[in-house]
Design a protein around this ligand. Structure first.
Ligand SMILES: [Zn+2]
Ligand SMILES: [Zn+2]
Length: 223
């Protein structure tokens, strides 16, 4: 968990550093104007909140592994086969999409939104580091639980969990990167940050099912 989290931090820092290291390349691929970009003060505050969230979730994860009677994952010395990895990653992808969609959408309910999720919408033009800029409640229920629970249900091998977690962290960092990489994947979540009523899911499957897919014509939430 710690290694994967550091991998995400490294990727986030690379995304955030891109405008400073390669300004012309960055300007060609940035989805928002410089005026909408967060200030150095915003980025510092973001870093503090993300570091707090990762520290607490890592300690919680370590405590669960240490004290849980039933192991969270399989730790066999023999590695899982390719077919098992593929099956568990595919199933975890589906379970994650369902869990993430409903917990994330619930956090937009008017009675929960101001105290639980509104801080995440502070960045109208998100940067990768802001993927985990969230209250502790949101971080545990929307970021940690939907990733961890599928592997506890499946009793999957820890290596399979690391593979899925790494893919998931690359996706969420890219979704918040503010760049048009990977066929403009970040546009969907940017629209969520802007309008709050569309694109709640991670992969788009549940948004398609519930008709909450976003477009530039979708209305905004008055919060
Ligand atoms: Zn976001
Ligand atoms: Zn939101």
């Amino acid at each position: 968990m710690t290694i994967a989290s550091q991998w995400k931090q490294l990727l986030s820092i690379l995304y955030v550093a891109l405008p400073f290291v390669f300004p012309k390349f960055s300007a060609r691929h940035k989805l928002h104007s410089p005026a909408k970009q967060p200030t150095p003060g915003d980025l510092w505050q973001c870093f503090i909140v993300v570091a707090r969230n990762q520290t607490i979730s890592t300690l919680l994860h370590a405590a669960m592994i240490s004290f849980s009677a039933r192991s969270l994952y399989r730790f066999d010395a023999s590695l899982p086969g390719i077919l098992e990895i593929f099956q568990h990653v595919a199933l975890a992808f589906l379970i994650h999409e369902i869990l993430f969609y409903y917990t994330y959408r619930l956090s937009h309910h008017p009675s929960l939104y101001p105290s639980i999720h509104k801080p995440h919408h502070r960045f109208v033009a998100p940067v990768a580091l802001a993927a985990q800029y969230a209250t502790m409640t949101e971080h545990l229920f929307s970021n940690v639980m939907p990733v961890q629970l599928p592997f506890m249900i499946l009793n999957a091998h820890i290596v399979t969990f690391w593979i899925f977690l790494s893919l998931e962290l690359v996706q969420t960092a890219t979704d918040h990167s503010g760049f048009d990489f990977f066929a403009g994947k970040a546009r969907d979540h940017d629209l969520h940050h802007e309008k709050s009523v569309v694109n709640f899911g991670s992969a788009g499957l549940m948004d398609w099912l519930h008709g909450t897919e976003g477009s530039s014509n979708t209305g905004s939430e008055a919060d």
